[in-house]
Every structure is written in structure tokens, then in C-alpha cells.
Design a protein around this ligand. Structure first.
Ligand code: PLP
Length: 288
């Protein structure tokens, strides 16, 4: 079952900030720039037993994406309330997924379009049971693209995810499940919907987020957990040569949590199940 909440942004005087709508009906105008141009932003969130996980980091990332897109200032209090309300009114399930979408609205208009959709979801069983087969694909931008060409919006969570989907079809053609984006100058970046974590002994590294990649909320939560367990964590520029020396690799994202990587291109990687399974479960059970 899917439930849907529509938000009015910005708020017209005297109107309710958001309302439940029938998810089987159409609510978005065909002239909406989110549809015609992919001109908008989104967040994908996990809800664990009714609690929206990493809510504040998601909201902070939303604000960053909105700024990069020159969208008007968002009423974050209303958006937060809508997400919490949407999680509450959905029939309960151990794990729900939510998608918050905000578009520039109808061409020529001055109102944004916004809605939250909630559905029952979670991990893909094959990924957890066998690990992910990754192929490395060139993203075509240097690692410093965010600095040299901010107008390319690398690192904003925009609705323009056609490339993030096309790379999955390329992965499937190569017999893989998912993709590792690599900068044109050889740095490991991220997946089309996940952040990369690499283990080197007692140190866990993730690619630096100033390389035009998303600051992952799950990566942040994982590093908090690993720090509590006494491990060293850090953000670095990680060349593909360095990545090849990692003990283990994982993909992390909201709703999919801590997923081991079994292959990078043709190379089989070691999966440490004794380490992976409890960390995965601890992340899944987070109530923040
Ligand atoms: N990188 C990209 C490109 C993503 O789309 C996502 C999430 O969808 C992530 C990383 C992981 O972010 P999070 O852990 O906040 O889900």
C-alpha cells in the first residue's frame, strides 16, 4: 500500500500546510517542471517502526540541494511535520520507505510542487544474502567538478536521475547488480543510489563528499556507529588503485543499510559476514 501527502509550498495564507491525498489519483500537472525537465529535488528516507531515520541529516541535505538549485527557501518545519505525519498515518510495518519530492512547480508559476509518498519496503534479499556485484563506470567528470563547474549540480539530489538509472541497465548488460562511479581522473566516488565504505584494517574510509557526490545519511550513521565501536573513520580521496587494497567494501543507503560488495568488476572480494550482519542489524534498528 502507498500513502501520499501533498504539501503546499510556499503556504498560501490560511491553508493547511499539507493534506493526505488519494495515491491512486493523479495530482501533478503535466506542465510541472519536475516532470518536463526533472527540475526538482528529492530525498529517500527509511522509517523504522514508525521513526523516520536520520531525519535531520536528510533535511539538511534537502536544504543544500535546494540552495544549489536556486529554489526558494523551503519551510523545513512544515516538511519535517509532513514526513513524520506521513510515517504515522501509513499502516504500520517494521520498515517503511518514504520519498519526498519538491519540484520547481508549473512552468511560469510561483509555487513549488511537493509531496511525500510512503510505502512498505526494505532490503533486496539477494543483496543481503550474496553481496553486490559492482562494475566501475567512468562518470566523465573530474573529482573537482563541484568546484570547477557547480552549475552541473553534481552532489545535489536532483530529480534528474535518468543517468543513475541508465548505469544500472549497463551494469545488468555486464552481469552486475550495481555501479561504482569513478571520476575521469581515477577516484572512486559513489553508486547511483548508495555511498561507498571501504575497510583498511581498523580504519573505515568513504570518498570525500566535496567531489560532487552526495553526503550519505546512512554513511554518516554508519561512521557514528563504527566510532562508538572504537574504529577510526575518515573521508578521503580514494584512487581506484587504493580501493583495490581494501579488506572489504560496502554500499550503504537509506532502507538498504549495510550491504557487502562481493565483486568489483571481475575481482571477487572477501565478505566478512561476522562483521557485516550485526552492523547491518544495528543500523536497521536505529531509532534516530
Ligand atoms: N549517493 C547517491 C547518488 C544516492 O542517490 C544515495 C541515496 O539514494 C546515496 C548516495 C546514499 O544516501 P543515503 O544514505 O542518504 O540514502
Amino acid at each position: 500500500m502507498i500513502t501520499k501527502i501533498a504539501l503546499d509550498v510556499p503556504l498560501a495564507e490560511g491553508t493547511e500546510p499539507f493534506r493526505s491525498v488519494d495515491p491512486t489519483q493523479n495530482h501533478v500537472n503535466t506542465m510541472d517542471l519536475g516532470i518536463t525537465r526533472g527540475d526538482g529535488i528529492f530525498e529517500g528516507l527509511g522509517v523504522n517502526h514508525g521513526t523516520v531515520q536520520s531525519l535531520e541529516p536528510h533535511l539538511a541535505r534537502l536544504v543544500r540541494s535546494a540552495k544549489m538549485m536556486d529554489l526558494p527557501e523551503l519551510d523545513i518545519d512544515v516538511i519535517r511535520d509532513a514526513l513524520v505525519y506521513a510515517a504515522k498515518v501509513h499502516p504500520p510495518a517494521p520498515l517503511l520507505m518514504q520519498k519526498l519530492v519538491i519540484t520547481r512547480g508549473i512552468e511560469g508559476g510561483d509555487t513549488l510542487t511537493a509531496f511525500v509518498q510512503t510505502w512498505e519496503g526494505g532490503n533486496s534479499p539477494t543483496e543481503v544474502s550474496q553481496g553486490i556485484r559492482l562494475v566501475a563506470l567512468d562518470r566523465g567528470f573530474r573529482h573537482d567538478v563541484a568546484e570547477t563547474s557547480p552549475w552541473l549540480l553534481q552532489g545535489a539530489k536532483t530529480l534528474s536521475y535518468a543517468v543513475n538509472k541508465s548505469v544500472l541497465r549497463e551494469a545488468a548488460r555486464r552481469g552486475a547488480d550495481d555501479v561504482l562511479f569513478v571520476s575521469s581522473d581515477g577516484y572512486a566516488l559513489e553508486g547511483p543510489s548508495a555511498s561507498l565504505i571501504a575497510r583498511f584494517g581498523d580504519t573505515f574510509l568513504t570518498p570525500r563528499t566535496d567531489q560532487g557526490i552526495l553526503a550519505g545519511t546512512t554513511q554518516h550513521a554508519t561512521f557514528e556507529l563504527l566510532k562508538e565501536k572504537g574504529f577510526t573513520v575518515g573521508e578521503e580521496l580514494i584512487t581506484m588503485d587504493k580501493l583495490a587494497t581494501a579488506d572489504n567494501l560496502w554500499y550503504v543507503s537509506a532502507g538498504r543499510f549495510f550491504n557487502p560488495i562481493s565483486h568489483l568488476d571481475d575481482r571477487e572480494l572477501v565478505i566478512d559476514w561476522e562483521f557485516t550482519t550485526p552492523i547491518h542489524e544495528m543500523l536497521l534498528a536505529r531509532t534516530r
